[in-house]
Design a protein around this ligand. Structure first.
Ligand code: KG4
Ligand code: ZN
Length: 395
């Protein structure tokens, strides 16, 4: 099955084409085309992602990114096409709010053959709704123009499933030999949740943050330390410096809700504790590094303690980390070390670095499994949903 996948939930505009074979017990994927344009340099100027700016950039870049991905997959055949008037009108109506995208899309459709793909997968949530709509509307328009089915993909399912892949070569990877139940720790700018997958692709929320997401806490602490957006990698770099030096002078920070019997998290108290440490004074570079270090130690301790509790509660055989924050060096190290000692019976999956940041390959992977389940949506019914959840209970 050839899957064309689209991701526009936040600040990356991405389109991939995957060739997928197999089924839920053993699947193989090959990347045929993969194009991605990051908006990070634009958002850095504002210190964060503004939905209207993200939407404008997606609308401007999505068709060129689509063309680049098809080109790499050798699926872009030039040919003058006449789109029937009725279809052209339908697509124009659908793209009323994205006139720039409509113009680029018609120019593209008018000179390109229908590509040899089987299904279109698109992120329809969670994320920034205006940004999501751009990808969703492109998918709906392509589905009409090419007469191809659509599957709507949950962005977090993309993070989770892509983290379960094993690389075989630069372009090939597989997902196989998984033991259920699977527990997912999903950590990103908008999410901190423990999700149990007791049967394939059906989820139960085991725990979540009561306030800030862990990535959000990283970004806020970064701002307090005068570091640029996105703050996670910057805080991590400083903390690693302090760790290498050893012997830090900063007090240890609170571990919110660590003793609580539930699997929920809270990070706003930790953020306030960092603010209290800083107290409006000018910090030396060493002090900044040590604060970043204390913050990171508290974060990974809480994440591990809650995950450990959730492993016992669910009897999970597999643990997988996914989302932007799973790129964090210390979290990866703490989980690798402590899992071998404290849960030797559980297999740990950490995403390859290329799957920690947002991308369309992960949407293609999830799209494949959704297509196997015939989870198709008609273009008329597909909507972007900023708060889309994986677990039915918390929709
Ligand atoms: O999954 P993602 O790219 O976007 C969302 O879906 O939210 O996650 C972005 C978040 C940001 O908060 C960013 O600061 C954080 O992931 N992040 C990190 C690291 N790399 C990215 N946090 C800690 N350490 C990192 N190395
Ligand atoms: Zn993400």
């Amino acid at each position: 099955m050839k899957i064309l996948s689209i991701e526009t939930s936040c600040d990356e505009t991405a389109v991939s084409i995957l060739e997928a074979t197999g089924d839920e017990s053993s699947a193989h994927f090959r990347v045929l085309g993969n194009a991605l344009l990051s908006q990070i340099d634009i958002h850095r100027e504002f210190g964060g992602v503004y939905p209207a700016v993200a939407k404008r950039e997606h609308a401007k870049n999505l068709v060129p990114v689509l063309a680049a991905s098809l080109e790499e997959a050798e699926l872009m055949k030039e040919d003058l096409q006449v789109l029937p008037d009725e279809l052209r009108t339908e697509i124009s109506v659908l793209l009323t709010r994205e006139p720039e995208l409509a113009e680029a899309l018609f120019a593209f459709l008018d000179e390109t053959e229908v590509p040899d793909i089987d299904v279109i997968a698109v992120t329809h949530g969670p994320g920034l709704e205006p940004a999501l709509w751009v990808g969703v509307n492109l998918a709906r328009a392509l589905s009409l123009a090419w007469n191809k089915p659509i599957v709507g993909v949950n962005h977090m399912e993309g993070h989770l499933l892509s983290a379960l892949t094993k690389p075989e070569s630069e372009k090939d990877f597989s997902i196989q030999n998984l033991e259920l139940p699977i527990l997912g720790l999903l950590i990103s700018g908008g999410h901190t949740e423990l999700m149990a997958m007791e049967s394939w692709l059906s989820y139960r929320l085991v725990g979540q943050t009561k306030d800030d997401a862990v990535g959000e806490a990283y970004d806020k602490v970064a701002r307090m330390l005068g570091l640029p957006y996105p703050g996670g990698p910057e805080v991590s770099k400083l903390a690693e410096n302090a760790r290498e030096r050893g012997n830090t002078q900063m007090p240890s920070l609170p571990r919110p809700m660590m003793k609580d019997s539930a699997c929920d998290f809270s990070f706003s108290g930790l953020k306030t504790a960092v603010l209290y440490l800083i107290k409006d004074r000018a910090l030396s570079e060493t002090e900044k590094e040590e604060i970043a270090h204390s913050f990171e130690e508290a974060v990974s301790d809480v994440l591990f303690a809650k995950t450990s509790r959730a492993l016992l509660e669910t009897g999970a055989k597999t643990l997988v980390l996914g989302g932007g924050v799973s790129a964090n060096t210390n979290i990866r190290r703490v989980f690798s070390e402590r899992m071998t000692i404290e849960h030797p019976e559980v297999s740990l999956y950490l995403p390859e670095p290329r799957f920690t940041t947002d991308n369309a390959i992960m949407i293609g992977i999830a799209g494949f499994y959704r297509a196997l389940k015939q989870d198709y949506t008609s273009p008329d019914n597909l909507v972007a949903s900023g708060n889309l959840s994986l677990s039915p209970a918390s929709v």
